[in-house]
Ligand binder design. Structure first.
Ligand SMILES: Nc1ncnc2c1ncn2[C@@H]1O[C@H](COP(=O)(O)OP(=O)(O)OP(=O)(O)O)[C@@H](O)[C@H]1O
Length: 188
């Protein structure tokens, strides 16, 4: 698995306001970028641009490999069990087995619990399992540590490290401390 991602002179305008401009960086297989900045500077908007959900006002985003997005909305059907909700995405992504992803986020025991009954941190981990299961080389993670306890943050760091070791890329927006060794820092 390997992917690439590059922002070339990207500008972002929302609600008629210029949030950032001239943003350029390139990530090769195994690299990560940490997007930091105060509330409202455009971190989520930048992740949405990377995901193709928001058009850049100027510039372009290029890269190879599928992109998987973790955003505030878990995008898991609250009425389904965790396994069934992830199974929905697995069929779309062509993933044969979601069990390893559930195991990777420490959710194997909760596979049959309805998504609506999960705690905040568990819901976050289930959403992360969707990203892991996707097999996409490019991970776009918007505030992935929100709601996670200390052990889960460490597990998240481990997952990202493993993903990178396998040639994956991670673009991570966070206002919480997250250890991403040698990550490119993008300050908005
Ligand atoms: N759909 C929208 N229409 C207009 N303005 C928007 C829209 N979505 C976001 N904005 C504005 O864009 C700015 C940046 O929002 P964004 O969520 O990207 O910031 P952020 O850096 O992720 O913030 P936070 O750290 O609080 O999560 C904010 O001022 C927000 O009000």
């Amino acid at each position: 698995m390997s992917g690439t991602l590059a922002f070339r002179d990207v500008a972002c305008v929302r609600g008629g306001r210029l949030l950032f401009e001239g943003l350029s960086f390139a990530l090769a297989p195994g690299q990560a970028a940490l997007v930091v900045g105060p509330n409202g500077t455009g971190k989520s908007s930048m992740i949405r641009i990377a995901a193709g959900l928001l058009a850049p006002f100027a510039g372009s985003v290029e890269g190879e490999g599928a992109r998987a997005l973790l955003s505030e909305a878990a995008a898991l059907d609250p009425e389904l069990s965790v396994a069934a909700a992830l199974g929905f995405w697995a069929r779309i992504d062509g993933t044969a087995d979601i069990a390893p992803a559930l195991e990777a986020v420490g959710m194997a025991d909760l596979a049959q619990v309805p998504v609506r009954l999960l705690s905040t941190g568990q819901r976050r981990r289930a959403a992360l399992a969707r990203v892991v299961a996707s097999g996409a080389p490019v991970w776009l993670l918007d505030e992935p540590a929100n709601g996670l306890d200390v052990a889960s943050v460490a597990a998240l760091e481990g997952l990202i490290a493993r993903h990178r070791a396998g040639g994956g890329i991670a673009l991570v927006a966070t206002h919480l401390p997250l250890a991403l060794p040698d990550a490119v820092e993008v300050r908005l």
